[in-house]
Design a protein around this ligand. Structure first.
Ligand code: HEM
Length: 402
């Protein structure tokens, strides 16, 4: 029987783990006809993809290069910024961008966010009614990281609705494989609005520097100078984009995992000091980064298959994180698991810059949840998974708290 992997199938979206398991055993370097791409599922292979020098994260510029006419014009403004996102760049451009942006993302700057993160957590959890259905995805998981990113950038929370709408427009282009005829125009609108907004923020910080991330990025220097205006705008967009939805899905998937494992929820209640390894286990067990995407830049072989230059590769992080070749009892949730070298934040050069912030948010959120509510259970209604290949997360998670 030929194995197929089609993430558009509802059942696979809900629970992709059985098909990952099959692929790992029977076809670990799988060619997916529906995706016209390679799908890799074993831990060692996924880590190798993230580190590989013969695979590039730059899948946008080759795509843009072959566009013609109106489409090319529509996407020019989008590409102006996305082509400056470090996550899509190879060295040496990546090295320079990461050095300068990394200088603004110091451990101290993350520590300074502990207080604002605590405030956002308190604000959202205090607003949840007891003994009534609550949508954890919409009422907590969605707004919490968005407010934190706004705090990081030094932007008032009132801007949330606009920024969310514009970044959703941009996501229709980057994060979706669906054929939506209008998505290029919407992406252009989102990119233009976001760029205009951040240009104003940057101008204000140049005039009056503060302690926020934007001011620190403006001040960052290396021997070649500082970030250009477009690079600053692009990086603000990247941080908003990369830091928001990923963490949203971590908060949603983690709550879902706890609801499925009342024994582990009780264990965390009994040992609140386990919160840090618990969050690592949530990241491993059902993390938000479903796949890391690369394009093959030189023909080479993996596991007996030839990958050709130009081929697209999806390295399935959530599959790797449950590879029995790497983890004991990989399908089980163990909030004290040690060691736990999951790949949810990637690996190598592009390892997530925001990992300490995402960890802090999840730790504070679940510590606060358990402290406040003695009862956390599912409420009536469907749990809905988003339709995305790059990410795994929930758009709806009905719970009841008391
Ligand atoms: C649970 C939450 C998060 C997850 C699962 C996650 C996951 C990832 C992954 C897998 C990568 C590497 C992508 C690749 O190799 O192609 C990455 C890169 C990145 N992430 Fe995150 N991320 C999260 C939160 C954040 C936050 C909160 C921020 C910022 C505030 C952030 C900023 C970035 C940046 C700037 C990069 C690019 C790094 C580079 O290319 O060198 N992320 N993230």
């Amino acid at each position: 029987m030929t194995l197929t992997y089609d993430p558009a199938e509802l059942e696979v979206r809900r629970n992709p783990f059985p098909v990952y398991r099959q692929l790992q055993d029977d076809d670990p370097v799988h060619w997916s006809e529906s995706l016209r791409s390679w799908v890799l599922t074993r831990y060692d292979d996924v880590r190798q993809v993230a580190m590989s020098e013969v695979m590039s994260p730059d899948r946008l510029r080759p795509f843009y290069a072959q566009l013609k006419g109106e489409r090319r014009e529509t996407l020019a403004e989008v590409m102006r910024y996305l082509s400056l996102w470090m996550v899509f760049r190879d060295p040496p451009e990546h090295t320079r961008l990461r050095r300068l942006v990394g200088a603004a993302f110091t451990p101290r700057s993350i520590e300074a966010l502990a207080e604002p993160v605590g405030r956002v957590v308190d604000h959202l959890l205090d607003a949840l009614p007891k003994n009534q259905p609550v949508d954890w995805a919409q009422q907590v998981a969605m707004p919490l990281p968005a407010y934190v990113i706004l705090d990081l950038l030094g932007i008032p929370h009132q801007s949330y609705a606009d920024l969310k709408a514009w970044s959703d427009e941009l996501r229709a282009f980057i994060g979706s494989s669906r054929a939506d005829p209008d998505r290029y125009h919407r992406a252009r609108h989102g990119a233009t609005q976001l760029a205009g907004f951040f240009r104003e923020v940057i101008a204000a910080r140049r005039a009056t520097p503060g302690e926020d991330f934007v001011s620190r990025m403006i001040a960052a220097r290396d021997e070649q100078g500082s970030l250009s205006e477009d690079e600053l705008v692009a990086t603000c967009m990247l941080v908003l984009f990369a830091g928001h939805e990923t963490t949203t899905h971590l908060l949603g998937n983690s709550a879902n995992a706890l609801l499925d494992h009342p024994d582990q929820l009780q264990r965390l209640r009994d040992n609140p000091a386990l919160i840090n390894p618990a969050v690592e286990e949530f990241l491993r067990y059902d993390g938000p980064s479903n796949a890391i995407t690369r394009v093959v830049s030189a023909d080479h072989e993996i596991g007996g298959k030839w990958l050709r230059s130009g081929d697209r590769v999806f390295a399935m992080v959530n599959a790797a994180n449950r590879d029995p070749r790497r983890f004991d009892n990989p399908q089980g949730l163990d909030i004290a698991r040690q060691p736990n070298r999951h790949l949810t934040f990637g690996f190598g050069l592009h390892f997530c810059l925001g990992a300490p912030l995402a960890r802090l948010e999840a730790q504070r959120c679940f510590a606060g949840l358990i402290q406040r509510f003695g009862k956390i259970e599912r409420a009536a209604g469907e749990t809905e998974w988003i339709d995305s290949l790059a990410m795994r997360g929930l758009s709806r998670l009905p719970v009841r708290l008391a």
